[in-house]
Structure formats: C-alpha cells, structure tokens
Design a protein around this ligand. Structure first.
Ligand code: PEP
Ligand code: MG
Length: 586
C-alpha cells in the first residue's frame, strides 16, 4: 500500500531506494557489504556467536543458585528458545546471502523485522517477548565484537555505486539504499559520510538541528521531523525521499516512481548546470564583490570547499573532532594536526576555526546525552563549556595558535553574551600564547572574532567590536534564542522563522554597525546558504556568506544576478514590514 509521511525538508533532491531501518542505539553497529565469497565465513561467524551465547546462557541456567527466583530460570529458557528458533536465524541468513550485509547488520535488520511481528501480536505476554529478543541480539552482538575480526567502523560505499545511479529494478544489488531512523546524533551522521546511503529520514529534529545541518553537508536528500516514519516504514520497503518538499512516499506505485525518477534526473541536470559557475567570481551586477566561504566539520572537507570555489573556510565546527569518542577528548597534538590539515588543505586561503561548541543537541557522546539538563540549549554549551574547563580550552587554543603558523587562521568564539566572558576568553588566549613561548613552540598570528548568536550579543554589538577583529552571525542560534524556539524540536518548527522582523532587525543592525566601523562581518548560520534569502542579506549589506560547500553555487547564482544597490532600497521596506515574508517570498 502506498502512503506518505510528511516532515521537514532539510537537504534538497530526490532519493529513491530500499529502506534500511537503523535503531539509534545500533548506529555504531558496523554496516558494510561483504563479497559473495565471504558469505559462508560471515554465516559461520554468526553461528559461532550464537552457539557461544547459547552455551553461556545454558551454563547460567544450569548453575543458578538454589535461592534464585524461579522467574530467572524461565527467562533464561525463553532466551535460549529464541536463540534456537529459526525465525531469527533464517531471516539473518537471507540478509547475508541475498543482500550481502555483514553479520552484525544482518542480525539487527532481522531483529527489526521480528520485533515488529511481536509488536503486532494480540497476546500481551508474547508482545513483551520483544524485549527478550532484543537482549539476546545485544548479547550476540557483544560476542561478535569480542571476537577478533576487522570491522570497518563506517558504512562503506558499495564498489562502483553512485548516488546518481539510475534505479535498476532488475538487479537488487544495485538498488540504492535509504536510511530511516528515529534519531541520529550529529556524530552518527558524520559516520555516514562516504556511506552507502542515498538519502535519510529521521523521526525527530528541526530544520537547523545539527543532525539536519550535517545531513545537508552530505548533500543527499533528507527529511527530518517525520515523526512516525521509523515505525511505519518497514525494512526493505521502497521509498522516495523528496528532500525539497519534505515528503517521504512509501511503496510508491509505478506511476509515482516514474514521476520522481524524472524529477531526479531534472535535479541532476540542474546540478550540472550550476557546476559551471565554479570559476565565476561572485560579483553582483553592480560590481559588488561577495565572499563565499565554506562551513566544514572535518579537515577532510577542505578539498570539497576548494572544489566549489570557496574563498576560505568561514566556520570550521571543531566540536566534531571531540564527539563520539566516549569522553576521551583529543589532545593538543591531535587537534594541531587536524587544524593544520584544514589550513594546508585550503592552500593559503583563510580558515576560521571555531572553538568547541559542545552541548545542547551536540552531546560529546551518545551515551552521555545532555538531556539530564532541563534546558540544554540554555545550559552549559559552547564558550560556557570551554570556560568551565580552562585546561581543555587552553589545549584547544594552543593547538589553533600552532596551526596558525601554517596559514591564515581566524579564531571564532561561539555563544558569547557577557563582557566578562569575552575578557576571560581573551585572557586565556594570552595565557595559551605564553605557554607556547615558554615551551619554545612556534605559533602564528590570529584574527579573533565572536559569533553573534544570543540576542544579548546582537544588542551589545558596539561593546563586542571593542574586543574583536570581526563578527560572524550564527543565525541558527540567534533565531532559536530570539524566538524561544528549540531548533531541534520538530513540534515547534513552524515557528522557527528567519524572516521574523525581530530577527531581521538584529541581523541588520549587526551588519550595519560592523560596516560603519570597517570591521568584517559574515553570516555563517543556515540563512547564508539559503538561496531564497541571498537577495535580502545582500540588501542588508552583507558581503560575506559562509555555508556548506554544497550550497555555494546556488547562492552564487543569485549573487551574479543581483543588483546590490537596488536591493538595499528594497531591504529597508522589508525591514519596516510586519510581514517580511510577504515581500521576500514573491
Ligand atoms: C549558528 O548558530 O548559526 C551556527 C552557525 O552555529 P551552530 O549551527 O553550529 O550552532
Ligand atoms: Mg550556533
């Protein structure tokens, strides 16, 4: 049966493929394709793990102390029965033999299939056995982890597979796969770079949640905030992800498939057309030069930025080096090497490294998710987190200063609001320099900038400019805090409005003050990469935009068609309007 699920459009384009359901808790289970010749050894690995778990449970069962409650023996018997049942084993071998999934992936895929069958059972006793099944699968997975075997941690691209590949219904192995999950942390999303997946759908997340931002950087169609998608879609269902409309179509009819196949090809043609703008300078019709910079998450993103003609990195979100490491933070040398790679990768162009922005929807680790705090977005995040741990912060500052010896580096501080935070930060920067001097280590000069992300900062822009060389407006957070909308919460996503007059007023005033003082100002939030807002930002006087490399060419197209002087007059009308969207979205 065909049905559709609606969510939020976060990354453009159309993806058509088979659904792969991944439970959030199992994202770190290895997912990769095996060669046909490995099927037997993969099945043996499963059998060995299953037998080991059976032996372990049997031993536990046979050696239960006399005083243990009778239910314990009964639970172990159920677990043994589930392990020996063919329902799990037969399905698992299907995923290995027919789909060439590695053993762990096959096991979790089949768990999902069987768990749904349990969910649909009328008998509450049987329904509850799902928990037991999950436990035996977890135990088996743990066993496989313990067994010496080289497990790639990322999901590798299948040999020769590309996103652009046409749908080949006659050859199952060439069918693109799309990922459906309840939730994915930004760190999980990053693992999926270079993945087999042609698109993503998640139940939760707002348009500028960090998971959505990373999805956008992967440049594959994605829908977030699709609420119940992961419950409604089944493993292996055919789905279409319409990343432009924020719609997921499940089990489409041949007519719908054909229509979306056509749209997909149109989108590819549009991409090709835009790619011709790569070497065109970003200059408006009336001769205004605009800097188009890249937002990156990893040093390895630098070549991608260069490839689309970015004139530098406007935001290197350094926190991605800190995430998903079970709390073990990168030391100075590791950070220095990473920043140096990014700087060298940009071949002399400036790289703006933002100090770590951990907290809110970017927890250090999935296991220590910050939801223990009542309001993580208002809590200990970004510079607050850094100032709360000066040793960690000094380590990062030293690493950045050392990387500055290899090229132009700008330092960017997130989420400042108070003069005393600024003074503390700058004092620590001085201290980091002195520490390097004492050690006799080489370091380079830095321009130092602040992010304007909190309304208090936007309203104190004059004070900020006394301390900083440049400002960068983080509109994702500025909108969140101005409108009191959690950017990661899909239930209030409709109120997240970059065109709210209060937001535009803050953005306009920050740009105007920087320009009046001859200081650099850019926007590095998602607004900068939205071609629908390019004209407005130009009209507000912005000449430096930082965005994901994937958006640079579409924004450039808007710039080269724009007349900045005329837009400045029009932007004043927009600013004066109670309903700016009516003027912008015409
Ligand atoms: C922003 O808030 O606009 C920004 C660029 O920072 P982040 O999205 O990483 O919070
Ligand atoms: Mg921010």
């Amino acid at each position: 049966m065909t049905f559709s699920v609606h969510g939020l459009a976060v990354a453009r384009g159309i993806a058509i493929g088979r659904a792969v359901l991944v439970a959030s808790s199992r994202v770190d289970v290895a997912h990769y394709f095996i060669e046909a010749a490995q099927v037997e050894s993969e099945l043996q690995r499963l059998t060995r793990a299953r037998e080991a778990v059976i032996a372990e449970l049997q031993h536990l069962h046979d050696n239960l102390p006399k005083e243990s409650p009778p239910e314990l023996a009964a639970i172990l018997e159920v677990h043994l029965m589930l392990l020996q049942d063919t329902m799990l084993a037969d399905g698992v071998s299907y995923w290995v033999k027919d789909r060439l999934y590695n053993a762990e992936w096959a096991l979790t895929s089949q768990l999902d299939v069987v768990a749904r069958q349990f969910d649909e059972m009328d008998d509450p006793y049987l329904r509850e056995r799902k928990g037991d099944l999950e436990q035996v699968v977890e135990r088996t997975l743990r066993h496989m982890k313990g067994v010496a075997h080289v497990i790639p941690q990322v999901i590798h691209k299948r040999q020769g597979q590309s996103r652009q590949q046409d749908l080949q219904l006659d050859d199952e192995m060439d069918v693109p796969l799309v990922l459906v999950a309840h939730d994915l942390s930004p760190a999980d999303m990053l693992q999926f770079k270079q993945s087999v997946f042609a698109g993503f759908v998640t139940d939760v997340g707002g348009k500028t949640s960090h998971t959505a931002i990373v999805a956008r950087s992967l440049d594959i169609p994605a829908v977030v905030g699709a609420r119940t998608a992961s419950q409604l879609v089944r493993q292996d269902d055919w789905i279409i992800i319409d990343g432009d409309a924020g719609v997921v179509i499940v089990n489409p009819s041949p007519i719908i498939l054909a229509e979306y196949g056509f749209k997909q090809r149109q989108a590819e043609l549009e991409r090709e057309r835009l790619s011709r703008l790569r070497h065109t300078p970003a200059i408006t019709l009336d001769g205004q030069r605009v800097d188009l910079l890249a937002n990156i998450e990893m040093p390895e993103d630098s070549p991608i930025a260069l490839g689309v003609g970015a004139v530098g990195v406007g935001l290197f979100r350094s926190e991605f080096l800190f995430m998903g490491r079970e709390g073990a933070l990168p030391d100075e040398e590791e950070q220095y090497q990473a920043y140096k790679r990014a700087v060298e990768g940009m071949q002399g162009l400036p790289v703006t490294i933002r100090t770590v922005d951990i907290g809110a929807d970017k927890p250090l680790d999935r296991a220590v998710k910050d939801d223990a705090h009542l309001n993580p977005a208002l809590g200990l995040r970004a510079i607050r987190w850094s100032l709360a741990d000066p040793a960690m912060f000094l380590t990062q500052l030293r690493a950045i200063l050392r990387a500055a010896a290899h090229g132009q580096v700008h330092l960017l501080i997130p989420m400042l609001a108070h003069a005393r935070e600024i003074k503390q930060t700058l004092a620590l920067l001085d201290k980091a320099r002195k520490q390097l001097d004492v050690r006799g280590m080489v370091f380079g000069p830095l321009k130092v900038g602040a992010m304007i992300e909190v309304p208090a900062a936007a309203l104190s822009v004059k004070m900020f400019l006394q301390y900083f060389d440049f400002l960068s407006i983080g509109t994702n957070d500025l909108i969140q805090y101005t409108l009191a909308i959690d950017r990661a919460d899909e239930s209030v996503a409709h109120l997240y409005d970059p065109l709210h007059p209060a937001v535009l007023r803050l953005v306009a005033d920050v740009i105007a003050e920087c320009r009046a003082q001859g200081k650099g100002v850019s926007v590095c939030g998602e607004m900068a990469g939205d071609p629908a807002l390019t004209r407005l930002l130009l009209g507000l006087g912005l000449r430096s935009f930082s965005m994901h490399p994937t958006q640079i060419l579409a924004v450039k197209q808007e710039i080269i068609r724009a007349d900045a002087a005329r837009l400045e007059v029009w932007a004043q009308d927009v600013l004066a309007s109670d309903e700016p969207a009516e003027l912008v979205n015409v």
